[in-house]
Design a protein around this ligand. Structure first.
Ligand code: IMP
Length: 436
């Protein structure tokens, strides 16, 4: 049962794309299991940079079938534009498969997302404005459209006739001016359906058949554990389940089919949007890390908030995901930072706390308790073995590993695939055959 889940251990943007890239060679299917076009994967293939939002990164490898799972919310317009851009760069897009059951983000979801955030003012979540929350709300309320509905005009029309009066009323109540009508939306959605029809299938059997054959399936999470709807710093979270458990519900597999959970984390922390961030740096050190690490949102272009590594939240993330191995990214960005501070506990209301409280109220009152590590000056992009790292860097990696409680098997020292230290690497045990 060779299924590997790749999951972010922080607030997203941990560099999961590089992990997928690293494992791609042995993989037949890459399945995206949650989120929508709020995500952004940046991948480097040779000298070329690819920025993907919705299409699983497997699309860049001719031997992989990229799959959009039932747990994803799909904006068909974004998907089609992304496919067109990839095709224009010579990428074969015909292999993409998307689940019939994935829900559709419609223009009114985006309008509601923006209007709600506007209404919240200073209390806003800082969403990406892509309609993610409103689309998942409709899914839970059983009033959403699924990708299969794009192929069925009658079903689509009757669903839109039912929901649009309600959506327009809510938009009016929120003070938004935009309104939506059934006919133009049906026309638009039918055009999307015609274009996407060759890609739509029942993904569950595709994944299950691949596992039965012994193919390696990679389940790729978007965002990160601390943005998880159930386990993150609610309400400053996204509306899906980025945790490894989400790979089961959103990808159509059972827990016993997961072979390995690969946690991905950066050597420091970042966060986009609002919400508590105990180790946030608001000084020159943070600015330096943000600049060297190009910490700007792939999707929104917003600057990411930057902070020191938080061992408290990482221990939590390793636990809730049952992480079996870790990829540590962007260690190179810390060259020149001295001291490097590692948050080992919080102080909340005068008490030392070592267990991450997934309550935003408590987190807002948390101040970090730091252990300081000496930094190193030299660039480390060319290092390929842990033993060749400066002593201080090696000590820091060891401290991160001890605090996480799971082995760090890959350490990234630059954006390219080759700029990676492979450590105690356990080769995958299973054969790979090309996808269907
Ligand atoms: P939403 O997912 O657009 O509803 O936004 C909810 C929260 O998740 C906001 O704080 C966003 O900034 C954050 N978020 C959503 N997607 C990403 C991502 O891919 N990386 C980092 N933060 C994200």
């Amino acid at each position: 049962m060779p299924a590997t889940v790749i999951v972010g251990l922080q607030w997203g943007d941990e560099g999961k794309g590089k992990t997928t890239d690293f494992l791609a060679e042995q993989t037949a299917l890459v399945v995206r299991y949650q989120g929508g076009d709020n995500a952004g994967h940046t991948l480097m293939l040779g000298d070329e940079v690819f920025k993907l939002h919705l299409v699983p990164s497997g699309i860049l490898y001719p031997h992989i079938v990229p799959v959009i799972g039932p747990g994803v919310v799909v904006n068909p317009q974004t998907l089609i534009e992304e496919l067109d851009r990839l095709a224009a760069r010579g990428i074969d897009i015909s292999r993409l498969r998307a689940s019939f059951a994935a829900h559709v983000i419609l223009p009114y979801h985006r309008a509601l997302d923006v209007a709600r955030e506007h209404r919240l003012g200073g209390a806003k979540v800082g969403t990406t404005g892509r309609g993610i929350g409103p689309a998942y709300e409709d899914r839970a309320a059983r009033s959403g459209l699924r990708l299969e509905d794009l192929l069925d005009e009658a079903a689509m029309r009757s669903k839109l006739e039912r929901v649009l009066p309600e959506k327009n009323a809510v938009l009016a109540a929120l003070g938004a001016e935009v309104r939506f009508e059934v006919d133009p939306l049906v026309e638009q959605a039918l055009a999307w359906g015609r274009r996407l029809a060759p890609h739509l299938i029942d993904v569950t059997w595709l994944v299950q058949d691949a596992l039965r054959r012994g193919d390696h399936v990679l389940l790729e999470g978007a965002q990160g554990t601390l943005l998880d709807l159930d386990h993150g710093s609610y309400p400053f979270v996204t509306s899906s389940s980025p945790v490894a458990g989400g790979a089961c519900t959103g990808g159509g597999i059972g827990p016993r089919q997961v072979d390995e959970v690969f946690g991905v984390m950066k050597a420091y922390a970042t966060r986009v949007g609002s919400g508590p961030f105990p180790t946030e740096l608001l000084d020159g050190v943070g600015e330096g890390i943000a600049e060297r690490g190009h910490e700007v949102g792939t999707t929104t272009g917003r600057p990411r908030r930057v902070g020191f590594f938080d061992a408290v939240s990482t221990r939590y993330a390793v636990a809730v995901n049952s992480v079996s191995s870790i990829m540590l990214n962007k260690l190179d960005i810390l060259s020149g930072v001295d001291p490097i501070r590692l948050c080992v506990a919080y102080e909340i209301d005068g008490k030392r706390v070592e267990a991450w409280p997934s309550s935003a109220k408590l987190l807002e009152r948390a101040t970090p308790v730091y252990e300081d590590f000496p930094g190193w000056e030299e660039p480390i992009h060319a290092v390929r073995a842990l033993s060749d790292l400066p002593d201080a860097a090696r000590r820091y990696v060891t401290a991160l590993e001890e605090t996480a409680g799971a082995p760090i098997v890959l350490v990234s020292v630059g954006p390219e695939r080759t700029q990676t230290i492979e450590r105690a690497w356990r080769p995958m045990r299973h054969r790979v055959v090309a996808g269907p």
